[in-house]
Ligand binder design. Structure first.
Ligand code: GDP
Ligand code: ZN
Length: 305
């Protein structure tokens, strides 16, 4: 028997980099046949953060024979491949990186990441705090804070604001998600100066000429770990039962039980407690609209099947 349990750090072109639990030895692994066979069709069957069983075949090589049960998963819908894409597994938190400007602050992107995160605790990180924030943006950040989401403001360029963020990250495995250009790599390099080096080291053999940001990678910084996910232009929530979307909006979830119809999608149902709260101004209209757009986007996906 040479069965080992290990932590998946990254996967590129079906070669997974696994750190052995017993001695941190790095193994480059393929997946053995169909042992992972599930009925679920996914863009990728394994992600950073997964714990896997490996049969070691050489000092640096192995075969993945199984995936241990996951505590949770972060999934987005891959629009190009029309399949769910596993970004990270077994994480303690998600950080959604946004920027004050360049690209412009996009609360709808944040709301979609929040829905993708589901029950996983999520924090919002605003980078480029050296640029000036308008009043609307400040109000929107207050809304997130009032809803219970930690909001961090940093400038990766100036190196400011990182103390609170570091404190939040301690002893956690955190997936970092962001639209390309918001400065996610710059933030990670500030947090872990050796990060780019480390990612490059591991991938050099199997990643000829490819950009290191095209795939997710787990970076261990000692007292905390990050999973850097690929920078994306857009994030789409994967198909899910429509009533679950409202549960990811705390202000909608708090009222959903009072709607006349159960379950209620809070669109045009009579005696809907959520619509009444929007009309009274107790729910921020833009958040409600964000919710409606997500529901609609999932209906459109389901029409595609
Ligand atoms: P990523 O695509 O999210 O990984 O973003 P990068 O880290 O590559 O940064 C994108 C651009 O934003 C680069 O031109 C950076 O120089 C710039 N940038 C990153 N952080 C900051 C910041 O704190 N302030 C400003 N003004 N620019 C930044
Ligand atoms: Zn309702």
């Amino acid at each position: 028997m040479n069965g080992i349990t290990g932590l998946v750090l990254q996967g590129i072109n079906n070669i997974y980099t696994v750190s052995s639990d017993s001695d941190r030895n790095i193994l480059h692994c393929r997946i053995k046949g169909k042992v992972l066979g599930t009925s679920e069709r996914m863009y990728n069957p394994i992600a950073p953060g997964d714990l896997v069983q490996v049969d070691q075949t050489a000092s640096q090589h192995g075969m993945i024979t199984g995936v241990l049960e996951r505590r949770n998963r972060l999934i987005r819908w891959n629009m190009k491949r029309k399949l769910p894409q596993l970004l990270a597994a077994n994480i303690d938190a998600v950080i959604c990186v946004t920027s004050v400007d360049l690209p412009p602050f996009r609360p709808r992107f944040i709301d979609r990441v929040i829905v993708c995160a589901g029950d996983i605790p999520i924090a919002i990180l605003v980078n480029k705090d050296d640029l000036s924030m308008d009043r609307m943006m400040l109000e929107r950040l207050d809304t997130y804070r009032e809803l219970g989401y930690p909001v961090f403001r940093v400038s990766a360029a100036a190196g400011t604001g990182f103390d609170c963020l570091r404190e939040f990250l301690q002893h956690k495995l955190t997936a970092v998600v962001g639209q390309s250009g918001v400065g996610k790599s710059s933030v990670i390099n500030r947090l872990i100066p050796a990060a780019s080096q480390r990612i490059g080291d591991i991938s050099v053999k199997y990643n000829r000429g490819r950009h290191t940001t095209n795939y997710a990678a787990l970076i261990d910084a000692g007292t905390f770990s990050l999973i850097d996910t690929p920078g994306i232009r857009e994030i789409q929530v994967p198909p899910m039962p429509l009533p679950e979307i409202g549960s990811c909006f705390p202000e909608i979830d708090a009222l959903a039980g009072s709607c006349r119809f159960q379950p209620c999608l809070h669109r045009d149902e009579p005696d809907c407690a959520v619509i009444s709260a929007v009309e009274r101004g107790e729910i921020v209209y833009d958040r409600y609209e964000s919710y409606l757009r997500i529901v609609q986007s999932i209906e459109e996906l389901q029409d595609d099947f």
